[in-house]
Design a protein around this ligand. Structure first.
Ligand code: HEC
Ligand code: HEC
Length: 304
């Protein structure tokens, strides 16, 4: 609450439209949502439940330098690898806080979990495969060549990030889950204008020209993720939004609003991902995948 009021004060000098939005958030929080259960503030995801090694322990040796280069690639993916990134996103647009944020799609522990069987391809995949899959689906780009220095540096960073997390389950991984409520996309559109557009743009095009402190990446349109990205799933985007958005006031978007806004975002046009119908070849596509898959249409039972 104090943070939101601070933001409102800061915003005051910066234009009427933005004040309106921030004031609306403050108002919703202050009034306990005027009878709207959705506005009950939730606790922002804590930062302490994942064992993340300290950056200050890195030295100047070649391993440390590779780790630091990998970290930089995750943050400045497009600037560093323009030929491999086809949209306006970075890895850390979705893997928050350099892949370290609990429930923010963290990458802590990831190198301990691969190689492993992946239902979406029905094959055993390596961590390099998963990185390249995000290049193709989430960054609308092209994979890094096997054996390239960039891929090696990214894996070095993820290996370092994972060193204190034993394999297996751990609280804080993924995006958590929130109740899946059938989204009202009309309401989602209004809520998007209220809570999100000041940083992500009125047309979801991204906030880089809006002059805000934390411009958000595009959420739909030609410069956003493809329909084949994990971000395209209702469960994933709604839980992500619930825990982490608005970026400067996480906790104001409760279950039902997060579901409505996520449904609205997913319904918007975005780059296609050719071949997506071949995903989940064993017929176990989850129910929130936003496209038809051939194997599921043959009648195989979904696993979740
Ligand atoms: C548009 C959002 C988005 C962007 C951008 C993105 N990812 Fe992902 N990534 C996801 C989501 C969502 C998942 C998990 C869901 C899934 O399996 O698809 C994921 C999964 C992964 C995984 C597997 C994690 C695990 O625990 O199994 C790795 C590794 C990964 N991403 C690395 C990267 C790297 C490296 C980049 C940048 C080159 C990147 N991602 C860019 C959304 C994104
Ligand atoms: C104060 C600015 C701000 C507001 C308001 C905001 N976001 Fe974001 N959003 C960001 C930033 C910044 C990132 C990327 C995080 C990073 O780079 O560290 C982001 C990332 C995202 C992502 C993952 C990346 C992508 O392109 O899909 C989604 C989804 C998202 N926001 C949805 C929302 C929704 C829905 C709302 C409204 C409920 C919202 N945001 C409000 C700044 C904001």
């Amino acid at each position: 609450m104090r943070q939101a009021v601070g933001q409102a004060r800061k915003a005051r000098g910066r234009g009427a439209a933005r004040i309106g939005v921030v004031a609306a958030i403050v108002l919703v929080a202050a009034c306990g949502g005027a009878g709207e259960k959705a506005a009950t503030p939730v606790a922002a995801a804590p930062d302490t439940i994942l064992p993340v090694p300290a950056e200050s322990l890195l030295t100047q040796d070649s391993t440390s330098r590779s780790i630091l280069r990998g970290m930089a690639l995750l943050v400045a993916t497009k600037d560093s690898l323009p030929r491999h990134v086809g949209n306006e996103l970075h890895c850390t647009s979705c893997h928050l806080n350099k892949g370290r944020k609990p429930f923010g799609n963290p990458l802590v522990g990831v190198t301990n979990r691969y190689p492993s069987l992946w239902a979406r391809t029905g094959t055993t995949v390596t961590v390099e495969d998963r990185i390249n899959d995000c290049f193709r689906r989430s960054l609308h780009g092209t994979p890094l060549p096997a054996g390239s220095a960039e891929l090696r540096d990214m894996v070095a960073y993820l290996t370092w990030l994972s060193k204190d997390l034993p394999s297996g389950q751990h609280k804080g991984l993924g995006v958590d889950s929130i109740p899946l409520i059938s989204p009202d996309t009309i309401r989602g559109k209004t809520q998007f204008a209220m809570y999100c557009s000041r940083c992500h743009g009125a047309e979801g095009q991204g906030g880089k020209n809006l002059g805000v402190q934390h411009p958000g990446p595009p959420l739909w349109g030609p410069h956003s993720w493809t329909i084949g990205s994990g971000m395209g799933r209702q469960r994933i985007v709604s839980a992500f939004v619930h825990h982490h958005m608005p970026f400067d006031a996480p906790g104001f978007v409760a279950d039902s609003i997060a579901n409505d806004v996520a449904g609205f975002i997913i319904s918007r046009p975005r780059p296609d991902f050719p071949g997506k119908e071949l995903d989940w070849p064993n017929g176990d596509a989850p129910d929130d995948v936003p496209y038809a898959t051939k194997a599921k249409s043959k009648g195989a039972a979904p696993r979740q």
